[in-house]
Design a protein around this ligand. Structure first.
Ligand code: ZN
Length: 136
């Protein structure tokens, strides 16, 4: 059985990463953990460490990416919540066995070298839930 250890991060969809960062660093005093483009997701992300977890700001790099579509439908705001798991393959297998609907049935690459998988909102009460395994 897999283990959930913490809220890994909260993913927030923003139109303009540089502008959004000003609030989190300038007003809240969070540290800018650096940017990375994840081509597969058509997204530029910035992690801002915040105690045991992090804020992940996501800016779309394309008009047809998932973040662009999210903002078009719902506006800027919380897009997903990520839980840290110790073994992502085990987590996917256990959840599937319990009838949970997965978006990703195999782990994919996440920013910062994490291995991630999304759980379908139909199984979570409407939340897009990311499972994240990383060892840092
Ligand atoms: Zn995320």
């Amino acid at each position: 059985m897999f283990n959930v250890s913490r809220v890994d991060h909260v993913g927030i969809a923003v139109r303009n990463l540089a502008e959004a960062k000003k609030f989190y660093t300038g007003m809240l005093g969070l540290r800018d953990g650096g940017e990375e483009v994840v081509e597969e997701q058509k997204v530029r992300v910035c992690f801002l460490p915040c105690g045991d977890s992090e804020i992940e700001l996501l800016e779309s790099t394309s008009d047809d990416g998932p973040i662009a579509k999210f903002i078009e439908k719902k506006g800027e705001g919380i897009q997903h919540i990520a839980l840290r798991v110790d073994n992502i393959e085990q987590a996917i297998a256990d959840l599937k066995a319990r009838g949970v609907r997965m978006i990703d049935e195999t782990p994919r690459y996440g920013a910062g070298g994490a291995r991630i998988a999304f759980v379908h909102p139909k199984s979570t009460g409407g939340i897009l839930l990311e499972l994240s395994e990383r060892h840092s």
